[in-house]
Design a protein around this ligand. Structure first.
Ligand code: SF4
Ligand code: SF4
Ligand code: SF4
Length: 497
């Protein structure tokens, strides 16, 4: 029976109590505050509540199933999927929740490592050994809390999704850092639930991307179907774009063909080089958003607008934003604007800076930020191009201490959770490297070619090509593991990837 059938309010409260779910009780008790905030209407509020209850019920049913078995492994999870007629990826997502709520102790076994330098190398997952914590050691209650713990531990990537879904609009990200109005917060924990820096089930993200029931662990640039080098043929875009202009061309095609109503991106604010989120509705706004910005921009924050609840959206964003969107798609509890995200267009990202750090970089290369026309990271250097046409640069090594601390623990260079990922590494100047990751991404790319909007070459035809991209993506993963270990050694909080 689905909970969407007419159940009394009292029954729902009792059910939340029975599930020992503090966050669902908080969500029920704050119904008035939520409706007054105006992000969700009554029907949307109830849909979210029913979904939360359904998910919670199914999660504890998996917990009890595991508790009733003496030995648990991947086969037990498959059996649960069969009995409940759900896909293994769904069971695994609930299993990850239980694991992150510290109700299970899990050991992962791997078989071997496969792959060549320029192919999708991967670890071959073999099995889980799953132990249930006995009831004397565990009390069944949720661990969800506001994401203040993520801000305070400097793990927040500033993606903006927590602010984009907060039902009472009490959370804001500015200049990459978050703040919660504690008086308004209803402690529903939804921000914690969607945040990519609390826990991120990377293996499940990979399964969804590849549309497979096999568990895989990719190194380097993640799973992709095809890879190309491409550039735009649209004159207005080629005049303002950073490299090949493919991300802007994707948005132009999607808007022109009514595949989306809006795109979420970033534009320069009144303070030059300090970006701000932008809802792109037409070509003029698209052109104003062109070019890479190296200061963190929480564009997912804009998802909290009521008008997006019935619009089709594409999001252009960095890898941590693509992870946040894909995680929320897997743990879909019915946020209307999130359900309307039709396309995830990811861009490559090595690291980002605060605006204040960017000022320091400009100081180091001796330029006033107001005179910087373009910025770029390439070949291990940060480049700044002034209006005068010179080229100023500084090795990344010399400014790495200025990057955001949370970027040190970021494993993803190439937006592995996007439908289509776009960046400059691997392609010649003026071109983009494009990784097609999903069928949706593939169809979009083919449409761009068919419509004569882009010029496309197989990546094998260009230098330096895929080996360089794989190498740099691999080294970002190694660096991230090192920084996570360092934080753990200092007993600091780290995201659970
Ligand atoms: S990583 Fe994103 S969702 Fe998590 S706290 Fe930071 S801004 Fe919010
Ligand atoms: S800040 Fe987080 S816990 Fe507080 S109301 Fe918003 S989503 Fe819920
Ligand atoms: S390096 Fe990672 S965490 Fe930092 S902005 Fe880029 S994608 Fe986000």
């Amino acid at each position: 029976m689905s909970l969407e059938e007419n159940l009394s309010w009292e029954f729902l409260k009792n059910l939340a109590n029975a599930l020992d779910s503090y966050r669902i009780r908080a969500f029920i008790d704050a119904k008035r505050d939520i409706l007054e905030a105006g992000i969700y209407n009554e029907m949307q509020y109830e849909n979210i509540l029913y979904k939360m209850l359904d998910e919670e019920r199914l999660k504890y049913s998996l917990f009890n199933f595991l508790k009733n078995n003496s030995e648990n492994d991947l086969n037990t999870l498959k059996k649960f999927s069969q009995i409940n007629s759900i896909e293994i990826v769904k069971t695994l997502s609930l299993f990850e929740l239980l694991r992150n709520e510290k109700l299970l102790i899990v050991e992962e076994l791997f078989d071997e490592i496969k792959g060549e330098e320029d192919t999708t190398e991967r670890l071959i997952f073999k099995d889980f050994i799953i132990k249930i914590l006995d009831e004397d050691n565990v009390k069944l209650k949720t661990i969800y809390e506001p994401v203040k713990v993520i801000f305070d531990s400097k793990n927040c990537s500033g993606c903006g999704l927590c602010a984009g879904i907060c039902p009472v609009n009490c959370l804001h990200i500015y200049n990459g850092f978050g703040k919660i109005d504690e008086d308004k917060c209803i402690r529903c924990g939804l921000c914690y639930f969607v945040c990519p820096r609390t826990y991120l089930p990377v293996k499940i993200l990979n399964m969804v991307q590849e549309n497979t029931s096999e568990i895989k662990d990719y190194s380097k640039a993640g799973y992709f179907i095809e890879v190309y080098s491409a550039r735009t043929k649209v004159k207005e875009i080629s005049e303002v774009c950073q490299d090949g202009g493919i991300s802007s061309t994707c948005i132009q095609y999607l808007l022109d063909n009514n595949k989306i109503d809006y795109a979420l991106g970033a534009k320069m604010s009144n303070t030059l080089w300090r970006p701000e989120p932008l809802l792109i509705k037409n070509k003029e706004e698209l052109i104003s958003a062109a070019g890479t910005k190296y200061v963190n921009n929480p564009n997912l924050q804009l998802l909290n607008q009521n008008e997006l609840n019935d619009k089709k959206i594409a999001v252009i964003g960095v890898p941590c934003q693509m992870q946040a969107l894909l995680k929320s798609k897997i743990y879909n509890i019915g946020f209307p604007s999130l359900n309307n995200v039709e396309y995830r267009i990811g861009i490559f990202c090595m690291e980002s800076f605060s605006y204040e750090s960017l000022l320091k970089i400009c100081e180091k290369v001796n330029i006033d930020i107001k005179n910087a026309k373009k910025m770029d990271i390439n070949k291990g250097k940060f480049f700044i191009y002034p209006e005068t046409g010179e080229e100023l640069n500084i090795p990344i090594k010399e400014i790495s201490n200025l990057a955001r601390e949370d970027c040190e623990i970021c494993y993803d260079l190439t937006s592995e959770s996007a439908d289509i990922s776009i960046g400059s590494i691997g392609s010649p100047s003026g071109w983009n490297t494009v990784l097609i990751r999903t069928e949706k991404g593939k169809n979009l790319y083919n449409e761009l070619i068919k419509s004569g909007l882009i010029e496309s070459k197989p990546i094998q035809d260009v230098k330096p090509g895929l080996p360089l991209l794989q190498k740099i993506a691999g080294s970002k993963k190694t660096k991230s593991k090192k920084h996570i270990r360092l934080k753990m050694d200092e007993n600091k909080r780290v995201p659970n990837y």
